[in-house]
Design a protein around this ligand. Structure first.
Ligand SMILES: *Cc1c(COP(=O)(O)O)cnc(C)c1O
Length: 232
């Protein structure tokens, strides 16, 4: 069993130290607790530690799990969404981190309209250019955002990325810097603020905070390895 309370205390210290180094306020960084693969009792335990914001990356898993979790929690969808899952995603989640195509945005807009819901979303950008990653190229981001004016049910709040996996957190910094710079460039082009940057996971969140992350998405460092959850 992971000790979520101890893990969270250690994480909060690291968040505070990273904020200190960057001259930022800790309240400006929101921790998304990624409890994917972990069952409702573990989510209850995390909620008992005071966590309220949770992330999931599979609609089917979330659909089975959320009804068995405390009702006051907020759920963000952080994974890539297939168009045939949009209706459920719109019903289950109140924020989507990884809109990676205009085709998906159009489908989401339609489903939000049917549900009479306005959905805050982030655009996923493939900053590293790795073929395994989803998202718009940095060059395509502004044009994609302009296309969002066609989707009145979607509220664009900023950008999201995943840095390449590495054991050296520092090597993620250039990707986070690039997303921050892209956010400023998009704000200038659009003439509108984009307050959110979703970047940083268990291995690199302190670097992400130094580079301006407003959402960090933490799984393993909070809950322990997901392989442990699989064995349950
Ligand atoms: C699983 C996942 C995370 C959390 O990953 P950890 O390395 O376990 O912190 C963050 N973001 C996304 C999109 C994920 O799918």
């Amino acid at each position: 069993m992971p000790n979520i309370a101890d893990n969270l205390t250690a994480i909060q210290k690291r968040i505070a130290a990273a904020c200190d180094r960057a001259g930022r306020a800790p309240e400006d960084v929101q921790l998304v607790a990624v409890g994917k693969k972990f069952p409702p009792p573990i989510i209850h335990e995390a909620a008992d530690c005071g966590l309220t914001l949770f992330g999931e990356n599979r609609v089917q898993e979330a659909k089975a799990k959320i009804p068995d979790c405390p009702g006051h929690l907020r759920w963000h969808f952080i994974g890539n969404l297939q168009t045939n899952k949009c209706r459920d995603a719109v019903a289950l989640f109140d924020f989507l981190h990884a809109v990676d195509s205009l085709h998906l945005a159009a489908e989401l807009n339609k489903r939000c309209e049917q549900a009479a819901k306005v959905m805050p979303v982030l655009l996923e950008v493939n900053v590293s250019g790795e073929g395994s990653k989803h998202g718009f190229t940095p060059e395509a981001a502004v044009a994609a955002m302009e296309a969002f004016f066609e989707f009145p049910q979607l509220e664009l709040h900023g950008l999201m990325t995943m840095a390449p996996f590495t054991r050296q957190p520092e090597s993620a910094r250039p990707y986070f810097q690039k997303l921050r710079e892209l956010k400023s460039a998009c704000e200038d082009q659009l003439g509108a603020p984009l307050p959110e940057l979703s970047m940083g996971m268990s291995g690199d969140y302190e670097i992400a905070i130094e580079e301006g992350a407003t959402f960090i998405r933490l799984g393993t460092t909070l809950f322990g390895p997901r392989s442990a959850a699989d064995k349950d």
